[in-house]
Each structure stands twice: as C-alpha cells, then as structure tokens.
Design a binder for this molecule. Structure first.
Ligand SMILES: *Cc1c(COP(=O)(O)O)cnc(C)c1O
Length: 350
C-alpha cells in the first residue's frame, strides 16, 4: 500500500465528509434567485445571527463576498485602504476595480497585523476635488499571506471606532474568522461588532465544498443581492451547497483547534532545523508561513517535500506555505513533522 500524499498546499482542498454528503443529499432546495431555497435562507440567517448582523448573503466565493462588501461601503472612484498583503489586493485579480470601480491604497505591515493609529493616519475621508477620498478600511483576520496571523481584537475595536468617527466603513475579510475565533476564544458576536460588512468562507477550514457568506445591514445585503445577480452569482438550487455549509458550522468549528495544534507541531519541527525559517510562537492557527534564505532554497524545499509525499505551496519567491485542514489527520501531520526536517536541511544546503 502506498502512503497517501499529505497535501498541505491549502485548506481549500478538503472533500466533503460522509456526514456532509448526507446533509447535501437530504437538503431541501428551491430557486434561490426567487428567494425560495430553504437551506440558503437558513444559512444566511444563521451566519448573520452568529455575527450579530441583520442579514446575510450566500455567494459562490469569498472573492465575491469581499467585492460585494467593499462595494457596499465605497462609491465609484473612491478608495478602500488595506495592507499590501491583503487577499483583496493580491488575490482577487483586480475585481474591486473591475466591478466596483474602487481604487486601493496599501500600508506595509508586520505579518498582516493591524496598527489602528497608522491606518487611521493615512485615511483621507473628504479629499475634495484633487485627491482620492477614502471611504473604507479593509482588514483580514486571520491574515492569510501574513501566515495565519490573528489580529488583536482591542486593536480592531479601536480601528472601528476611529473609522466611524471619520465616517469610514470597515470591511472584514474573515475568510478564516472561524480560526481567529477558536484561537482567541473571543465570541463570534464580538467579532461581528468590529466591522460594517464581514465576509466569511465555508470552503476553507470548515471543509464545505463551496461558498461564502457576506453579512451586514438588511439594506446593504438587499443591494448586494442585486449586485450578486448582476455579477453572475445568482445560483438556483444551491441549497445543496448551503446544506454543506450549515453542516460545517455545526460540526467543524471547534475542531479547528486540532488544525492549529498540528500546524504548530509542523512549525516546531521546521524551527528545529533553523529558527529563521519560522517562529513557532507566531503559528497560532492553521497556516505555517516558512521563509527561506533564497528562492532556490524555497524551490528545493517544495521539490524535496513532493518527493517525500508532502505537498506544500509557494506564496512568494522565498515564502512556502503549509496549511493544516480537515483532511490532514493526526497521522498525516505527524508524518509531515517527521520528514520535513530532513527535507529542510537538504534545501538549506542548496
Ligand atoms: C480564500 C480567501 C478568500 C476567498 O477566496 P475564494 O477563493 O474567492 O473563495 C478571501 N480572503 C482570504 C484571506 C482568503 O484566504
């Protein structure tokens, strides 16, 4: 029997569990563009309730919920400010400009961490007829390319208050907000109070095959529903997908702690070879961002991992990302922690 590949490239790679398949198979569905899909209506209400917002909107992707959330807060020709590693500026292919006519300006950060004072200092709410006016701030929690970074909740609270005082909206890209919630123990309702629009993904650590939810006020969600259809995101009997998401919310949130422990163990193993690759103390969720001394060392590590039956992903010339998730069990994580040090040693010798 060949040993199965341990695929740590992303937490999007999960496949539905038997329980989730059962939930999909027994979903009650209707036409969601008519507002008649019971699973979707229930999912939207449940996520809104968890985050203490008025309404929710189910979308095919987190890119779409981010685009709809940001465009709800930013008029055409105005800007959303965010950090330079944010998913909205690095990985959404300019969608905010293409569909929302929104411009962006970025700040540099340490691993994606938000510094409320620095962010507020760069905002220009009413810039007049010469400069671009800032309409919103976007933050990411956990921060993906920052290495699964967990934001400080007091800092986000100060940012929201400061932004409100300036008349700015706050969008929270919470693709992995569930991971932040499990890592900090801060209730989801408290996270909900930190932003005007929040996007959460069901298709990452929660293990659903497809789907994200945007939450906000009933008015903004009604408007976002129009834009979702306009962008081609009006799905019909997509309750089979929402059922998977609802199942994931019931069964796969608290278990994220296992993913976090396994990622930490992998970080400890790598740091044992060379502490400059990763600091295990900074690995608090399911993402290990390892930094290599050169692009060739990073490439050698990726290739060496593949030979050893471990798949890892490049997210920058010297940065290799390892992500734990629902389909990485204790044995898989242990095997990774066991074989990675030798692979890392070889890569550093390149
Ligand atoms: C995955 C992800 C998204 C959404 O990605 P889609 O592939 O469009 O669902 C948004 N933000 C962050 C931080 C992500 O990691």
């Amino acid at each position: 029997m060949t040993t199965p590949v341990v695929d740590l490239r992303s937490d999007t790679l999960t496949r539905p569990t038997p329980g989730m398949v059962e939930a999909i198979a027994t979903a009650q569905v209707g036409d969601d563009v008519y507002g008649e899909d019971p699973e979707i209506n229930a999912l939207e209400a449940e996520v809104a309730e968890l985050l203490g917002h008025e309404a929710g909107l189910f979308c095919p992707t987190g890119s779409m919920t981010n685009m709809l959330g940001v465009r709800a807060l930013v008029p055409p020709g105005q800007e959303v400010i965010c950090d330079s590693m944010a998913h909205i500026v690095r990985a959404e292919l300019g969608g905010h400009a293409v569909f929302g006519q929104v411009t962006t300006r970025t700040w540099q950060s340490d691993r994606g961490l938000v510094d409320a004072d620095a962010v507020l200092a760069m905002a220009v709410p009413d810039a007049g007829a010469y400069f671009v006016s800032t309409a919103a701030v976007a933050v990411e929690d956990t921060h993906n390319f920052g290495g699964g970074t967990v934001q400080s909740v007091p800092e986000l609270r100060r940012l929201r208050a400061g932004a409100a005082a300036l008349g700015l909206g706050v969008h929270l890209d919470g693709a992995r907000l569930w991971n932040a919630h499990v890592a900090t123990g801060v209730p989801l309702s408290e996270y909900g109070s930190l932003a005007d629009t929040i996007s959460v993904c069901l298709s990452k650590g929660l293990g659903a095959p497809v789907g994200s939810v945007l939450v906000s006020t009933a008015d903004r969600i009604a408007e976002a529903r129009v834009w979702r259809k306009r962008m081609g995101g009006g799905m019909r009997q997509a309750g089979i997908l929402a059922a998977a998401g609802r199942y994931a919310l019931r069964h796969h949130v608290t278990r994220l702690g296992d993913d976090h422990a396994r990622a930490h163990a992998i970080a400890v193993a790598l740091a044992g070879v060379d502490p400059s690759i990763v600091d295990p103390d900074l690995v608090r969720t399911n993402i290990v961002a390892s930094v290599w001394p050169s692009a060739s060392a990073a490439q050698a590590f990726i290739a060496g991992c593949a030979e050893a039956g471990i798949r890892v992903g490049s997210v920058g010339s010297r940065v290799v990302r390892l992500v734990t998730h629902l389909d990485i069990d204790e044995a898989g994580a242990a095997r990774a922690a066991e074989v990675l040090p030798a692979v890392a040693k070889q890569a550093l010798a390149v």
